[in-house]
Design a protein around this ligand. Sequence first.
Ligand code: PMP
Length: 451
Amino acid sequence: MSTAAPVAPARALAPLLPLAVLGHDVRVPLATGGETTYAALDYAASAPALRRVWDDVAAYAPYYGSVHRGAGHLSQLSTRLFEDARATVARFLGCRPGDQVVFTRSTTDSLNLLAGALPRGCQVFVFETEHHAALLPWRGHGTVCLPAPRSHEQAVRTLDEALADRDRTRPALVCVTGASNVTGELWPVSALASVAHAHGARIVLDAAQLAPHRAVDITALDVDWVAFSGHKLYAPFGSGVLAGRADWLAEAEPYLAGGGASRQVVTREGGGGLDVVWHDGAARHEAGSPNVIGAHAIASACTALTEAGFDALAEREDALVRRVADGLAAVPGVRVLSLFGPGAPRVGVLSFVVAGWSGGRLAAALSAEYGIGVRDGLFCAHPLVRALVDGAAGECGGDAPSGAVRVSFGVGTPDEHVQRFVRAVGELVRRGARLDYVVEDGHWRPARGRG
Ligand code: PMP
């Protein structure tokens, strides 16, 4: 056997898992001329659809019908599909007997639903490092905002101390992320859950960034609820999930008032208003016609990811994370943002700043000159990014003139996209951008008439 063959450094990355995503061959124009294949490196915002999800949705589409409403065959079939999706999600999350799976629109929707179901007097404990979706729904509930911890141990200790001081006559909820949408770093979820429970509090896991990358088992983690979004889990059809304990949800007012949530509605004698008996169970919080395609898509993604195996997915992703981290470390002036320090385990999400560059200008140049899609700004986690980037300013939603740049990836990301990204950052920082960039309507863009 010849020993001359080069040892392929990409060996660990080579076996492409049986999961492909849509869009890996989309061509986009370059402002410098010509075109290239789009490198989608903004999975943390919205991941591309799994081909398997798309195919499953397409296969069902001709049979689409109303859920829980019609007597017809397709309505029955759609109702069964919707309820099967619920069961698939429950298995995916390792739900306990009696747990509810409620289909929502997104993680934001799920956490707002839970916020509306908190028992009277409930206090909420949350780290300031959370995404706004996990930070803001609790306002008005005596939220205790905990300072950014710099290690897992500090996070656990900070929560322990805060809960020890709390008024035990009030119910309490802790809300914590599984993986940060800014740093990608994993949080010590099960340790935080045991601290919460030791103090008689409950805990909800924001798994928006965790579920696409790691197995999330509600029983093993011993959390009370989990929330995630379909569009980050390769199922961009407008659905999300809140799963977990049934009791608070059963006692709460329905999230939306309307058909589907109501078991019986009667007019009071003499026209004095309406009496309503609400449903128990998930239906209580799913008023209106359910998004059966969204639920089916999420279930399809859950099945595909489970079959591929999270260990294998994480192993490949870890190799990509190392490539990006090593590549960025070699570029002068680059600082990768981290709460827990170098080497802390993270999913395929990294944010960084570059001395002398605004994040928006760098992201614009990556797009215009290299066909690479990343995100810049404060990532809807203003307190965290401000804490990590001195003086960062700007608004969530893309009109931030400064802030950081975030690169994120996952299933179906080709090695070439990551390599192109690392090369592009190096070239831009060392050699400078080829075009001039200006801020127009709050966004960095190539200046007209140049290049
Ligand atoms: N939590 C985290 C950690 C997130 O990254 C996001 C989305 N960026 C959300 C919550 C909100 O998710 P959605 O926009 O799907 O509601």
